[in-house]
Design a protein around this ligand. Structure first.
Ligand SMILES: [Cu+2]
Length: 474
């Protein structure tokens, strides 16, 4: 029997070599290759840019010894291969679909034409079952992006983002001032989903609420906490973590016991105010680039601040050189999240137009499925949500009149967070913003990428049940 994940000793700790990259500056694809070769595959991946082919196929994922998940994956790995490009690089990616349904791959956070974006709602073609499709686009903007299935899952909890169909896509800037000793990529995901009437487990939303998805296991990358290789560090190192929440529906808040995390970028975009905090909140599809000064020797758990999530596997051991003790978990002193602390106080340009958006739930009742509306309508009756003129600035004033979280994502554009609740802010650039229950936010974007752009909740179930609309151009 394996040990309780919460008290794992991080087996395999005697294996490979240390990497010491003080002063290391990201190069082109080479840097990723070198990192990938030196670090255990449990927590990092070869980031070579030479592989421009993805194959969607069934995959048996061993989350832990004896814990097999039958899912789908890209190139037989979860997450899929790291796709790493230089900003401005022309890319051709061939996608082969060896599954029994048509699928589609979305390049999340990139500026590219609607036909290449990987969203059928914008007119991108599906990759037919048994077929191959080439995607061609220019890699921009720089930052931590990702790719994932944008198919409809509906009631089928084996498909789209419930499966292992996601991976990092990193666009390195032409000039990167980064200075890190190690770079670690961690993608959180929840596994073994099932539909549950919350009334049945006495967790209680109102009796008119419909089915929700609950999970039995979770992981960073392809392993549950306590299984696979630890992340090996040395005192004095600066480690860059690129964190991604690739879960279909679950928020995560993660912390590295005993350490502070300095936020460099949110959704891949540098923040105006780099703050050191105790814990990072990520709604589905959000990313954070964080740097940690390794200054507390020991063996520590980097994982969810929620005990239940860590028990399900959401975490990884971080082990200093010559430390072989039991990994420790220390709850962070403060795990509250506020986007605005990473912004700055200054006025933002007045938008050319403001659009109010109200998000509401149509409860499905016990055993039924909830539906979602934007200003009273569900996809596709939501269209067009907003018709823009190229070059103009638009403000979306969004109100969440429901007891659920909604990570709202806008395709092919970056928006500026200008208000969270009553608090004005500026300079935080994102492609997804989480709306907590019964909350309001305002985001501004410039219509600078003509063609239809999907705005939707990144909660797979909400998206599938009507929470989508198209921003279009005149
Ligand atoms: Cu939602």
């Amino acid at each position: 029997m394996r040990k309780d994940p919460a008290s794992s000793s991080g087996e395999g700790s005697k294996s490979p070599s240390w990497i010491d990259r003080r002063g290391f500056v990201f190069g082109a694809g080479m840097a990723g290759v070198a990192l990938g070769a030196g670090l255990g595959r449990a927590y990092t991946q070869g980031a070579g840019a030479s592989d421009y082919a993805l194959r969607i196929a069934p995959h048996r994922l061993e989350l832990a010894q004896g814990k097999i998940i039958d899912t789908f994956a890209y190139n037989g790995a979860v997450p899929g291969p790291v796709l790493r490009f230089r900003e401005g690089q022309q890319i051709n990616i061939d996608i082969r679909n060896d599954t029994d349904i048509d699928d589609i791959v979305h390049w999340h956070g990139l500026y590219l034409p609607a036909e290449a974006d990987g969203a059928m709602e914008e007119g991108s073609p599906m990759v037919e079952r048994g077929g191959t499709l080439r995607y061609s686009f220019t890699a921009k903007p720089s930052g931590t992006r990702w790719y994932h299935s944008h198919d409809v899952a509906g009631k089928d909890l084996t498909r789209s983002l419930y499966a292992g169909l996601y991976g990092f896509l990193i666009v390195d800037p032409a000039n990167d001032p980064g200075r890190y000793d190690q770079e670690i990529l961690l993608a959180a995901h929840h596994w073994e989903p099932r539909w549950v009437s919350m009334q049945d487990i006495r967790k209680g939303p109102p009796p008119d609420n419909g089915l929700e998805v609950l999970y039995a296991s979770a992981s960073f990358n392809d392993k549950m906490l306590g299984h696979g290789e630890p992340i090996r560090v040395r005192e004095g190192q600066r480690v860059l973590f690129r964190l991604l929440n690739a879960s279909a529906t679950e928020n995560v808040t993660v912390a590295l016991s005993g350490h502070r995390l300095t936020i460099l970028a949110l959704d891949g975009n540098p923040v105006p105010s780099r703050r050191s905090i105790d814990a990072v909140f990520l709604a589905p599809s959000e990313r954070a680039d964080v740097v940690v000064e390794m200054n507390r020797p020991g063996a520590w758990i980097f994982g969810s601040v929620k005990d239940d999530d860590r028990k399900m596997g959401l975490g990884v051991v971080v082990e200093y050189a010559d430390e072989r003790g039991e990994p420790q978990w220390q709850a962070p002193p403060n795990s509250a999240w506020d986007y605005t602390i990473f912004g700055e106080e200054r006025p933002v340009p007045t938008p050319d137009q403001r659009l109010e958006l109200l998000f509401e739930k149509v409860p499905g009742g016990r055993g039924g499925y909830n539906r979602w509306t934007l200003n009273g309508r569900s996809w596709p009756a939501t269209n067009p949500l907003l018709t823009t003129e190229a070059g103009k600035r638009y403000r979306l004033a969004m109100t969440n009149k429901s007891g659920d979280n909604h990570p709202v994502h806008l395709h092919r554009h970056t928006f500026e967070v200008t208000k969270v609740g009553d608090k004005a802010t500026a300079g935080v650039m994102k492609d997804t913003i989480n709306m907590t229950r019964f909350s309001s936010v305002e985001i501004d974007f410039v219509a600078d990428d003509p063609g239809p752009a999907l705005l939707h909740c990144h909660h797979q179930d909400h998206q599938d049940e009507g929470f989508m609309g198209l921003v279009t151009y005149l």
